[in-house]
Design a protein around this ligand. Structure first.
Ligand code: NAP
Length: 279
């Protein structure tokens, strides 16, 4: 039951209608019996600072930030975490004491937690990341920080790969798509495959012993994952990362340990509804 005491958290994005964040966070609040509610606000590009100011004015308990506001939010908050500063992007705003808004980026930690769910640690692995945008940059920083032995970045626009490689330290280098056939861990951080037909690594052969992660989760099995799985590789889509980045945000907003199983179940149900076209 909502009341005058209910603490409100939200996500801003554009478009945001299909966001799974309300389902994930409201399931978590319900599981723990917290008097919190989570809503989605469609905020036009260019209105990021006004939306962040609204967090202060309305006294929101937390804010998730998605496209196209992640870069602007990094400029609009009062302080940045180390991850958010390195990535110059914020996906989570945490109101701390005295009205100070802290910008966080939980994509990298969420990615690592999702990998851990698969029993995979990047320590000592040869990794290939396809893409050099916001998600790729978070994954590259996380993999380098978690001890990847090699980190090859494959990107359509080579200059952008060079920029992202600054986050990889000494293990990073640019490379061709074929590098993926020899890697221990391959991550697709591009939207290629969202149409259910295309793959970011056409012609690349995978095999047993490899782990292939697609950050996409709609469709749940992209052509990349289908090909990799058919070749005996271990595969995972991006739903785990989505849930775990939300879990990190939840922990910081509420101070409570996130009920990850309830959050994952809500995400999976939301995705099923979306796939069935009912939402
Ligand atoms: P972004 O900043 O726009 O970057 C997109 C990247 O994909 C760029 O490297 C771009 O290459 C590449 N790309 C785009 N279209 C391409 C094409 N047709 N062929 C080859 N490369 C192409 O986007 P983002 O925020 O990083 O998001 C990337 C994907 O990750 C999205 O699909 C998003 O839904 C997903 N994601 C998932 C999660 C999760 O929690 N699972 C979190 C964040 C993002 P150029 O540099 O050459 O333009």
């Amino acid at each position: 039951m909502l009341s005058g005491d209910t603490q409100v958290a939200a996500v801003i994005g554009h478009p945001v209608r299909h966001s799974l964040s309300p389902a994930i966070h409201n399931a978590a609040f319900a599981a723990l019996g917290l008097d919190w509610a989570f809503v989605a606000f469609d905020v036009a590009a260019g209105a990021t600072t006004a939306a962040i100011d609204a967090v202060r004015v309305l006294g929101l308990g937390g804010l998730s930030v998605t496209m196209p506001h992640k870069d602007g939010a990094a400029l609009a908050v009062d302080r940045l975490s180390a991850d958010a500063e390195a990535l110059a992007a914020v996906n989570c705003v945490v109101p701390s004491g005295n009205g100070v808004l802290v910008g966080e980026n939980t994509d990298g930690p969420g990615f690592l937690d999702a990998l851990a769910d698969q029993g995979v640690s990047p320590d000592g692995l040869r990794c290939v990341v396809v893409g050099a945008g916001g998600a790729a940059r978070a994954v590259i920083r996380a993999l380098a920080g978690a001890g990847a032995a090699e980190l090859t970045v494959v990107n359509r626009t080579p200059e952008r790969a060079t920029g992202a490689l600054a986050l990889a330290g000494t293990v990073g280098r640019p490379g061709p798509p074929e590098a993926a056939s020899d890697a221990d861990l391959v991550v697709n951080a591009t939207p290629v495959g969202m149409d259910g037909r295309s793959t970011p690594l056409p012609g690349v052969r995978f095999g047993p012993g490899q782990v292939v992660v697609d950050l996409l989760y709609h469709p749940p099995v992209t052509p990349l994952l289908a090909a990799a799985e058919a070749s005996g590789a271990t595969v995972a889509n991006g739903l785990g990362m989505l849930v775990h980045q939300a879990a990190h945000a939840f922990r910081q907003w509420t101070g409570e340990e996130p009920p990850v199983d309830a959050m994952a179940a809500a995400a999976a149900a939301g995705l099923r509804e979306r796939s069935a076209g009912t939402h």
